[in-house]
Design a protein around this ligand. Structure first.
Ligand SMILES: Cc1cc2nc3c(=O)[nH]c(=O)nc-3n(C[C@H](O)[C@H](O)[C@H](O)COP(=O)(O)OP(=O)(O)OC[C@H]3O[C@@H](n4cnc5c(N)ncnc54)[C@H](O)[C@@H]3O)c2cc1C
Length: 900
């Protein structure tokens, strides 16, 4: 099939989508092809290319140092945005464009917003708040997962999403004043939140210093907090102030050479992976697709998984079933290889992941993990209190002169209810007298054009609008909260999920609820009471207003907190329970097989290879928003899959002692990156399965180890041919850097090398160095003659595997009834066999070259040549080492090491 071109839509040219995504047919076709002797079926299929699916897929791709796996991402929605675009409405009328869609059945009172069906999923539109869970919020988590998250993955996730950075876009007198006012107020008796500052974690910028970062002394913290150099706040207090800084995954400044990532979304990472895969694959079309390590297929709705039950009763996923044109299409996983497995990762958001897992496993895992899937549904209790305070309320903490301009602030307060359930407040503030009443939107929305800058500068800040958004923990294991399969409604020919959630927002009369639902009611009351205290801290001794939708409720100075809760009665400030997008828990992980759905890495118990990514895994959520923990867990699962589950390169059998050798190519990207391609670009050398593969496209090329030259050495390397008739290649030794011109004496010899191409630097080492040949057919050079016979006949020793190429090897000149001189002492080594690894050991000491060839399967080892160089112009010491690629002659290389 001809490669698809970029598509023109009514308004745009879909250049980006075309080059990030593939069609399902392209993916299936690529899986059937063979590269380097191996079928290119997929080792990992990630179902759902939203937030955590993209994070897992990118991590699997990047961390695959031996480039041994193929990853397929199947996403129900299209590719719409390349990154998070703040406040982008996804309003799709009947057009079919992506929008929030609720694919499940739920009680209307819960008011679910659903999923954003698009690559990147809800990460395209999320808010950015990313507080880290406290230890007490992780007690339900399996010990190993909890320990590793705290030791490593919260830090990694903080860096990945940008929450580790200071909020360098939130600064200025308003922010400093509000932070000071809040800190002072929280330290006043009666304003306790349930946690002391000492119970709380430092802000990630403080908690996770990067290597090489200056010491976190008072000077640096003061600078990060936007305080003047003259400020004398002690270090401990500065750290306390930092605990109030909002943990936002928004990075606006960056290191030299790095692009600012702005607000995190999962798409740029996935795009980076697909673009890298494309450049490695080196081309477009079906053959190049087969070389791609990752493929992303949008508009591809997965119905369920294809499984087989093994004799030991464990269930193995063998593929996925995709809905297409009113029917099902099977996409199969690679079969197990090298004692390792391929795997599926379900990342469809909590509800749809549960639905697909239950649809798939309800028969095969009946009575075991499948029975627990869907239980333990949790989300968050959420309230919003928005107040407008006069500037006078904070004037004591403002500098004497403030240049009028728009100011924003974002702060975090953590609290605990009497029942020990946790909550936190996301506080946003903006000087909004002229501009509006939504401080949260103002925080991210401003994209000033020249025309707007003046208006923003004129913002008077006479009043400040503050939104105190409380996020409260919901009780796990609530029997009111679960996901079931509908017996009536279907979606894409499979039962829909039915979602029930203990509705603590409803009154006990409307919904009496379980004990846990009533615990949630108590938590919610306590949380709202603390938010009232915070409102009064900001208002100080001034009168202020509560903004409740279109209603403005005046609050006289000195109003007690207890009265506030009546003014802003809970029903006006509480969100419906389905609106938070924080659904979690229904595929809970746990070490106890009888109690959990997955193990602590997210593998569904009793399955060999079905993993889950996302908040569905959380046994409990505490109050933190899910992104940080979700990214950390996804990275951890990805690391496990890479390190111990997915297939890697074939095991290397090395028959000799390796003492004193060091790797030039050990199968990893780190060593591969030290090699350079010389010759025409495109085609040529691929790093795949821990091997260097000259896959046989294009013209003559040389791939050489470019960071070092070598004088005397013993070089060992393994190679494999694929075709007994076409496998011409070789190992080049002691040549000058191919980009350098040949020396004049060598230039003078070019007359005897008719095929020499001055435009192709890969030719220069042919003249300036020596080549240990690979070609059991010893095919004669069509441009040369052999004592009057042209072309050169096949089968000459000097052109054969193990010989120093073209150095006279005593070949019989039949028509002259004599032999060529034996400048090298050659005898053939063990014959090459397609698919079997052979090993060269090449010794170069002074002018002497010795070559031994071993069949690593049989152990047969023979010396093929000895040669003493007397040519002062060639093979000068020290020189580079490289391997050759010829059009139409595929050869693989691995385990290249040297002793000097
Ligand atoms: C407006 C908003 C604000 C938010 N603010 C915050 C915040 O401040 N902090 C925070 O931590 N979290 C926040 N969240 C929540 C956070 O964004 C989500 O928890 C997270 O993005 C969920 O990721 P996910 O991978 O589980 O699901 P998604 O990102 O929704 O990905 C699921 C993907 O699966 C695809 N899919 C579904 N069914 C199928 C199928 N059958 N076959 C193939 N593909 C399928 C969907 O199209 C989607 O792309 C917010 C969310 C929203 C919407």
């Amino acid at each position: 099939m001809a490669p698809l071109a970029a598509e023109s839509t009514t308004f745009s040219l879909d250049n980006m989508g075309r080059f990030v995504c593939n069609t399902l047919q392209e993916a299936k076709d690529s899986a059937g092809q063979v590269v380097g002797g191996r079928t290119r079926d997929f080792d990992a299929i990630v179902v759902g290319g939203g937030t955590f699916g993209s994070v897992v897929a990118e991590h699997l791709f990047i961390a695959d140092t031996t480039r041994s796996r193929r990853i397929l991402v199947l996403e129900a929605g299209p590719f719409v945005l390349p990154e998070h675009v703040q406040n982008m409405p996804f309003v799709a009328p009947a057009s079919g464009a992506p929008d929030m869609r609720v694919p499940w059945v739920n009680h209307p009172a819960l008011n679910y917003a659903g999923l954003l069906f698009a690559i990147g999923g809800r990460s395209l539109t999320w808010g950015g708040w990313s507080p880290e869970p406290l230890d007490v919020e992780l007690v339900e988590w399996p010990a190993a997962a909890r320990a590793e998250m705290q030791a490593r993955y919260f830090a990694e996730a903080s860096r990945q999403i940008g929450v580790k950075e200071t909020n360098d876009f939130i600064y200025g007198p308003l922010h400093t004043a509000l932070r000071k006012q809040l800190d002072d107020g929280l330290n006043v008796a009666g304003n306790e939140t349930g946690f002391a500052f000492s119970d709380l974690l430092d802000h990630p910028a403080v908690r996770y210093p990067d290597p090489g970062e200056p010491p976190l002394d008072a000077k640096l913290l003061r600078d990060w907090l936007g305080l003047p150099a003259s400020d004398t706040t002690p270090l401990a207090k500065l750290k306390e102030l930092f605990k109030l800084e909002a943990p936002l995954a928004v990075q606006s400044t960056t290191l030299p050479g790095f692009f600012p990532t702005n607000k995190f979304s999962a798409v740029p990472g996935l795009m980076r992976a697909t673009r890298l895969a494309s450049s490695e694959a080196d081309g477009v079309g079906a053959a190049a697709d087969a070389r791609k390590r990752i493929m992303v297929v949008p508009n591809c709705h997965v119905q369920d998984l294809i499984t087989e039950t093994q004799p030991d009763n464990w269930v193995r996923v063998t593929g996925v079933r995709v809905w297409q044109n009113g029917g099902s299409v099977d996409v199969m996983l690679a079969p197990p290889r090298n004692g390792a497995q391929s795997a599926v990762v379900l990342a469809l958001g909590t509800v749809e992941t549960t639905r697909v897992a239950r649809t798939t496993f309800q028969q095969s895992l009946a009575g075991r993990a499948a029975d627990r899937m869907g239980k333990n549904l949790i989300a968050h209790l959420r309230s919003n209190l928005t107040i407008r305070i006069p500037k006078a309320a904070i004037v004591a903490n403002l500098p004497p002169t403030v240049i009028p301009s728009l100011q924003v602030s974002a702060l975090l307060v953590k609290g605990k209810a009497a029942n020990n359930k946790t909550f936190h407040f996301q506080i946003t503030a903006s000087g909004l007298s002229k501009l509006g009443a939504d401080s949260e939107a103002e925080l991210f929305k401003k994209v000033p054009t020249l025309e707007h800058i003046d208006a923003l500068r004129r913002a008077t800040d006479d009043t400040v609008v503050i939104t105190i958004r409380g996020i409260g923990e919901m009780s796990p294991r609530n029997t009111d909260s679960f996901i079931d399969l509908s017996t009536v409604d279907t979606d894409f020919d499979r039962p829909k999920a039915v979602v029930s959630l203990g509705n603590a927002k409803a009154t006990p009369q409307q919904f009496p609820g379980s004990a846990e639902t009533n615990v949630d009611r108590a938590t919610w009351n306590d949380m709202d009471a603390v938010s009232d205290k915070i409102a009064l801290i900001f208002a100080g001794a001034e009168p202020f207003e509560i903004l409740a939708g279109n209603t403005v409720i005046p609050v006289p100075a000195g109003t007690p907190a207890a009265r506030l809760s009546v003014l802003a009665a809970f029903k006006n400030r509480r969100d419906d329970l389905g609106t938070t997008h924080h659904d979690a828990g229904t595929m809970r992980m746990g070490a106890n097989v009888a109690d959990a759905v997955t193990n602590d890495f997210g593998r569904i118990h009793d399955t060999t290879n079905c993993y889950v990514a996302g908040p569905a895994l959380f046994p409990s959520a505490g109050s933190p928003n899910p992104m940080l923990s979700g990214v950390g867990l996804a990275r951890r699962t990805g690391d496990l899959l890479n390190a111990g589950v997915l297939p890697g390169p074939d095991a290397v059998v090395s028959p000799q002692s390796e003492a004193g050798f060091r790797p030039l190519f050990d199968g990893t990207a780190a060593t591969f990156s030290k090699w350079r391609l010389s010759g025409p670009t495109g085609g040529g050398m691929l790093h795949v399965d821990g091997e260097i593969l000259s896959y046989g496209d294009g013209g003559l090329r040389l791939f050489y180890y470019a960071t070092e030259t070598f004088a005397d050495f013993t070089l060992r390397l393994q190679f494999k041919i694929f075709d007994g008739t076409r496998h011409n290649s070789g190992v080049f030794l002691r040549f000058p850097r191919p980009t350098f011109d040949l020396t004049p004496p060598l230039q003078a010899r070019l007359g005897s090398e008719p095929a020499f191409d001055p435009g192709n630097p890969a030719w220069r080492p042919v003249i300036s160095g020596f080549e240990v040949q690979i070609d059991d057919n010893a095919i004669g050079d069509s441009g040369k003659d052999f004592y009057g016979i042209q072309p050169e006949p096949n089968g000459l020793y000097k052109n054969r595997t193990g010989a120093i190429y073209k150095i006279q090897a005593g070949d019989r000149i039949w028509h002259e009834n004599r032999n060529e001189p034996a400048v090298q002492t050659y005898s053939p080594g063990p014959p090459l066999i397609p698919g079997i690894w052979f090993e060269y050991e090449i010794g170069v000491q002074g002018d002497d070259y010795t070559v031994l060839l071993t069949n690593t399967q049989t152990g047969e080892r023979r010396q093929t040549t000895f040669f003493r160089n007397t040519d002062a112009e060639r093979g000068r010491s020290p020189g580079f080492i490289g391997v050759q690629a010829y059009a139409g002659n595929a050869v693989a290389w691995r385990h290249i090491r040297i002793k000097t």
